[in-house]
Structure formats: C-alpha cells, structure tokens
Design a protein around this ligand. Structure first.
Ligand SMILES: [Zn+2]
Length: 222
C-alpha cells in the first residue's frame, strides 16, 4: 500500500524516463535494451534466459519490479522475453500441432505474496503471453504452490545445501485436475532471475513427475 502511494506520487513528480539514457516516456528504451548482453555463462539444461543479470540496467529493472511494484518494469521485461523466444515458440507450436502451452509463473509463498501484494513473475508472464500475436498460452497461477520460503538461493553457495533447501519447497495443488493442466502438456515455468537454476529445476521435476510432456524454465535474466 505504502509503496503504491509512493509510486503514485513519484509518477506525478517525476514523469517516466528511461532508466538508461533518461529519454522521456520510456521505462527502458529500445536503444538501451539493445546494449544489454545475453547471459554469458554456461547454459542451464532446459532453461532459457534473455539477459545477463550482471548488467546494471537489468539489475535495476528487476529490483524496481521486485521491491517497488513497478509494473512497467515487469511489462517491459516480459515483452523482451517474449520477443527473444518468438522463433523457438513457433517451432514448438508447429511440432505440437497448435495445442496451447501452459504458463506457470514461479509462485511465492502465501505469506510473501500477501506481504508484497503481487508476484513479479506473474507480471512478466502476462507480458510474455501478450507479446505473441496469437493466443497460444494458458496462464495458470494455481497449479504449483510454494510451501516454504527458500531464502536467497543465490547466497547459498554449497550446491548440496541449495538442493536440500528445495526439498518440499514446491508442490502441486491437489484441487487442480492434473489430467487437464499438466499431463501430456507443454509447460513453461517463468521466473525473473535464475542463478543456479535450482528453483526452476525443482518445479520442472515436479511437473515432469506428474506427467507433463515437456517442461521448460524461462527467465528474464541469468
Ligand atoms: Zn534509454
């Protein structure tokens, strides 16, 4: 609530300008986006990310989205992710004969969601789906549930501890008909940042176990 009021006042006092070059009426303009590199470290299996998280503009945009409820940041990032994946998605669509793909934003715990008031991965997911000219996605926020807070995974450097921390962190919603929404479906799990891939890997594992045909993790930054 306070953040919303703060944002409202800031928007009036300081009209939108690009966080990179201060150009008016953009949150982040195309020219600045073009300067942001793709992730330059080793690719994670079945995970796609479009920007290098080390770049200050991406760090800033994700920070704005996560902690200051800047929907525009989420919207811009989701659109970019969609643009980045146009070809891959249309190929998949041809292979799978026009069936709809399921989009699942990485969930927050109930408590965290209440505290923050929104889930940033949902903003990204919505903009992602809207960046395709045809409606080929079903967005579902209630298939996967986060049961416990896993803290800052990136700060846990020991891989074993990180994976142990993930055990039981997510589960599938028992009130959802998995035969319809998971079994034999192509699913994309969307996150803002992936560092080690631990969160996305865990959710991919759960969905695969429940019979999903193919599951991919997609993130704005890595
Ligand atoms: Zn700019």
């Amino acid at each position: 609530m306070l953040v919303n009021i703060y944002n409202f006042i800031v928007d009036i006092l300081f009209p939108l300008e690009c966080i990179g070059c201060k150009r008016k009426n953009f949150y982040l303009c195309e020219e600045c986006i073009d300067k942001i590199p793709e992730p330059n470290h080793e690719k994670l299996d079945n995970i796609v990310a479009c920007f290098d998280y080390q770049h200050p503009l991406i760090k800033k945009a994700i920070w704005d989205l996560k902690y200051y409820n800047k929907k525009l940041a989420g919207f811009m990032l989701g659109k970019q992710l969609g643009g980045y994946m146009q070809e891959e998605i249309s190929e998949l669509r041809q292979i799978h004969n026009g069936q709809k793909f399921i989009i699942i934003p990485v969930p927050l715990t109930k408590e965290r969601r209440r505290e923050r008031g929104y889930n940033q991965a949902e903003y990204i997911s919505r903009a992602f789906t809207e960046s395709f000219s045809v409606n080929i996605f079903e967005l579902h926020t209630d298939i996967v549930i986060k049961n416990k807070d896993t803290g800052h995974q990136a700060r846990i450097h020991n891989k074993k501890i990180r994976l142990k921390n993930m055990i039981g962190a997510f589960s599938l919603n028992k009130n959802i008909d998995l035969n319809i929404y998971v079994k034999n479906r192509i699913i994309f799990v969307v996150d803002d940042v992936t560092t080690t891939g631990a969160t996305l890997f865990e959710i991919i594992k759960i969905l695969k176990k429940a019979g999903a045909k193919e599951v991919y993790g997609i993130a704005v930054a890595h």
